[in-house]
Structures are given as structure tokens and as C-alpha cells.
Design a protein around this ligand. Structure first.
Ligand code: SF4
Length: 311
């Protein structure tokens, strides 16, 4: 029914979260090795109206007029939302016409290097920017950004942004074992965190298979080591453990339907998205839950990652 809205998704961090997707899959300024929505097909830092903002606004007006119960409206999707040059207009619209809803943005932080964009994002309630490395070589290895994007510029952008931002900034660090989890890098992170001054740090790790099949999830003992090293910075990581099925917006019937489909044939997340007419991010949340319950598994083939029922 909606083209640019999805969910509400059962989000571990944001509860009942209505997603807004401002870029088609998959336009991004990075091509992260762990990306759970597949390879970036258009690697760019060019800001454009990748999807028409007037149509996004009209969908939002239609969806929000009956005042549904939501914890957040979140700019996320299968790419980098700030690449859409109209994001500021959507934020303005929501703050003006539906001020009762809290707005969140998940961003890879690359565009925070552009000071003009800060003004567009300042009305947000929560921003969850990623920073996966402080050292340039590690940053390039994990995030594989558009040429010219540097970790140091992103860090300076985050520091400047948070000096003016009155909402909450939750800094997300995706830990890739063997790449950015060494003590030396964690020490550098700690120093940088004291300069960015986030309200909290969220450690993230692989939830379902990433773009590169060799990327693994971090073990609990290493997460604990990192959390200890970051002290006294407040680090959240246990949210990963909360089963999505306990979140209000989790729909058991969708999970059951996915299992039924997978019983008949192997499918990629894109296949399931088309069959169920569900946004790819929605599909992936349910696939994560099924993987964590050990009900499904996946295999990388030439057309992408296929999910199947575990015997
Ligand atoms: S993880 Fe985010 S920033 Fe990285 S490639 Fe995927 S969508 Fe882009």
C-alpha cells in the first residue's frame, strides 16, 4: 500500500518504529563488508531526490492522520537516507504537522562532514550515527566508502554536529572480529568518544549474514572486553539479545508465512520482499529472528543469499 514507508518494524532499539525509506535499494556512500542488505549498487555521495519527497510526505500524511501508536518514526531503509536532498523537508513537515511523534535517523555519518546538512538534521529527536573505525586503514577496510571520504573528516563532523544537537546521539560501532576489535583501536575509539560526547555508545555485531561471507559476529567475551575498556563511557550491547518476538510490532503471522514459503522453496530476502509485498528491512528483521532461533540457515549463491529451513 505504501511505497516509501515500511513497518512498523519490531526494532530492538526503537520499539515500534515506522520506517521511511528515502533512497532506492541500494544507493549508499559506503559498501560495508557487513551490510545486511547486500552490496551497494550505486556508490555515491551525490545528494539528489532519489525518491520524490512530495510523495513521501503524502504517504506520511495518510498513515499518520489516524494517529497510530508509534515509539519512533525512523529514517532508515536499504541505503543512506541523508543522500536524499529532501530529508530536511520531510523532517520539517513531520515536526510541523505531527509533532507528537519522535523522529530518529540511522546514518552512516558520511554526510555529517557537510556542515549545511547539520541544520537539516538538528530538529531530530535521536540520531544514531555509525563510526566503525578511527584508523583510516581500518575504516577503508570495513566501510569501503566513496573515494575521498575519510574517517577523520567524519569524526570532526560528528564532534561539530553534537555541539549543536539538543536531541540524543547514540553512537553505533559495528564490531567486526579481527578487524576493528584490537585493543589499540579500542583505545583510539575511547579517546574519540570523549570528543564526540554521545549520550551512549551502542555496540553492534552481525545479526544475519553480511555482504562478505567471512564476516563473523563478535563473541560475548570480546564484547565484554570492549565494554570494560570503554569505561566510564555508557555502552549498550545487550539490546541485541532481546528477541524481536517480544517487541510489540512483531507479527507472528508474518514469521509463520516466511517459514511456510521457505518450506516450499529457497528464497533471497528480495524474493520474500516481493512475495509478501513487504519492505526488505521488514523481511530482514523477521529473517534475523528465524536465524537466531536456529529455524533457518542461508547459503550464498550467484543471485544472492538464499534462506532455507533447517532440517
Ligand atoms: S551498512 Fe549502511 S552504510 Fe554500510 S553499506 Fe549498508 S546501508 Fe550503506
Amino acid at each position: 500500500m505504501y511505497k516509501y514507508l515500511f513497518g512498523p518494524v519490531p526494532s530492538r532499539r526503537l520499539g515500534i518504529s515506522l520506517g521511511i525509506d528515502l533512497v532506492p535499494s541500494k544507493v549508499c556512500s559506503m559498501n560495508c563488508i557487513y551490510c545486511e542488505v547486500g552490496k551497494t549498487t550505486r556508490l555515491t555521495d551525490q545528494r539528489l531526490q532519489y525518491v520524490p519527497v512530495d510523495k513521501v510526505i503524502s504517504e506520511l500524511r495518510d498513515y499518520l492522520t489516524p494517529e497510530p501508536k508509534l515509539d519512533y518514526i525512523t529514517f532508515s531503509g536499504a541505503g543512506e537516507p541523508t543522500l536524499n536532498s529532501g530529508i530536511g523537508d520531510v523532517i520539517k513537515f513531520l515536526k510541523l504537522e505531527f509533532p507528537q511523534y519522535k523522529l530518529a535517523l540511522l546514518t552512516n555519518s558520511t554526510l555529517l562532514t557537510i556542515l549545511d546538512i547539520h541544520q537539516e538534521l538538528l530538529p531530530l529527536d535521536v540520531i544514531i550515527p555509525s563510526l566503525d573505525a578511527v584508523s583510516e586503514n581500518i575504516f577503508q577496510k570495513i566501510n569501503r566508502p566513496v573515494a575521498g571520504i575519510k574517517a577523520q573528516d567524519i569524526i570532526e563532523g560528528l564532534i561539530k554536529f553534537n555541539k549543536q544537537f539538543t536531541g540524543e546521539l547514540w553512537l553505533e560501532i559495528f564490531i567486526v572480529p579481527g578487524i576493528n576489535d584490537a585493543d589499540d583501536e579500542i583505545r583510539k575509539f575511547k579517546h574519540i568518544i570523549t570528543r564526540i560526547k554521545p549520550d551512549k555508545v551502542q555496540l553492534n555485531t552481525l545479526d544475519r549474514p553480511g555482504t562478505e561471507p567471512w564476516v563473523n559476529s563478535v563473541e560475548d567475551k570480546d564484547l565484554l572486553r570492549i565494554v570494560k575498556s570503554f569505561k566510564p563511557v555508557f555502552v549498550e550491547y545487550t539490546y541485541k539479545k532481546k528477541p524481536r518476538s517480544l517487541i510489540d510490532s512483531f507479527k507472528q503471522e508474518i514469521s509463520d508465512t516466511i517459514l511456510e514459503i521457505l518450506k516450499r522453496r529457497l528464497c533471497t530476502d528480495q524474493d520474500l520482499s516481493q512475495i509478501l509485498n513487504l519492505h526488505i528491512n521488514d523481511v530482514n528483521k523477521y529473517l534475523s529472528e528465524l536465524l537466531s532461533k536456529d529455524l533457518t540457515d542461508s547459503e550464498l549463491k550467484s543471485r544472492g543469499r538464499f534462506f532455507y529451513i533447517k532440517k
